[in-house]
Ligand binder design. Sequence first.
Ligand SMILES: Cc1cc2nc3c(=O)[nH]c(=O)nc-3n(C[C@H](O)[C@H](O)[C@H](O)COP(=O)(O)OP(=O)(O)OC[C@H]3O[C@@H](n4cnc5c(N)ncnc54)[C@H](O)[C@@H]3O)c2cc1C
Length: 184
Amino acid sequence: MRESVADVLVVGGGPAGAAAALFLARAGLRVSVVDAEASPLFRVTRVANFPGRPDAPAGLELLADLRRQAEEAGAGWTPGYAVDVEDQGGVFAVRLRQGRVRFAERLLLATGEDLRLVGILGLEREGTFVATDRAGRTSYPRVYAAGKLRGLVPEHAATSAGDGVWVAVHLISDLRGEPYRDHA
Ligand SMILES: Cc1cc2nc3c(=O)[nH]c(=O)nc-3n(C[C@H](O)[C@H](O)[C@H](O)COP(=O)(O)OP(=O)(O)OC[C@H]3O[C@@H](n4cnc5c(N)ncnc54)[C@H](O)[C@@H]3O)c2cc1C
C-alpha cells in the first residue's frame, strides 16, 4: 500500500530545510523531512553567531532545536539518505537508502553540498550550485531549492535558515496564488 502523499517533502534537515519545514507546516501543509544528518554544523562545538541564541549552543543542539520546532509545528521527520527520485506523473517518489519510499507533490531540496537528487532530476546548475529564480524555483516544475545548495547566501547557519524561510514562503504563495505571510 502506498504511503500518504505529502504536500511537500523537504530533503535535507540542516538549517535551511528545518526552517523551511517550520514555515510550511505552520501554513497547514502536510510536510515531511528526510535528513541524512551530515550537516557540517553537527561537528561545530559552539555556534556563536546564530541570532537569538546568545547561549552559543553546540551545532548538534542548535539542529535539534530547529528540528523540534518544525516537528512541534506538525512536520514529519525521518532520518535517512534519499538515494533516488522519480516523478510518477505529478507525485514524486523518493527512495531512501534503507528502502523506504516517501511520496510528495512537491520537493524542496536543501541538501547543502550534496547534488545527488539534483543530478537525477537533471536540474539546471550554475557551477556547483542549483540554478533557481529569486523565489527558489528550479528548472523542474514543483521542485524548489534553498540554502547552501543554491549558492545565493553566504555560508552561515542563519543565512541558510533565512533562505529556507524565504523559499518556503514563496512556495506557499505559489500554492495559494497570493502573497503569503505567517502572521497577522
Ligand atoms: C567547519 C565548519 C564550521 C562552521 N561553523 C559555522 C558557525 O560557527 N556558524 C555558522 O553560522 N555557520 C558555520 N558553518 C557554515 C554552516 O554549517 C553552513 O552554512 C550551513 O550548515 C548550511 O546550511 P544548509 O541547511 O544550507 O546545508 P547543510 O547544513 O549542509 O544541511 C544539508 C543537510 O542535507 C542532508 N542531505 C544531503 N543530501 C541528502 C539526501 N540525498 N537525503 C537526505 N538528506 C540529505 C545532509 O545530511 C545535511 O543534514 C560552518 C561550516 C563548516 C564546514
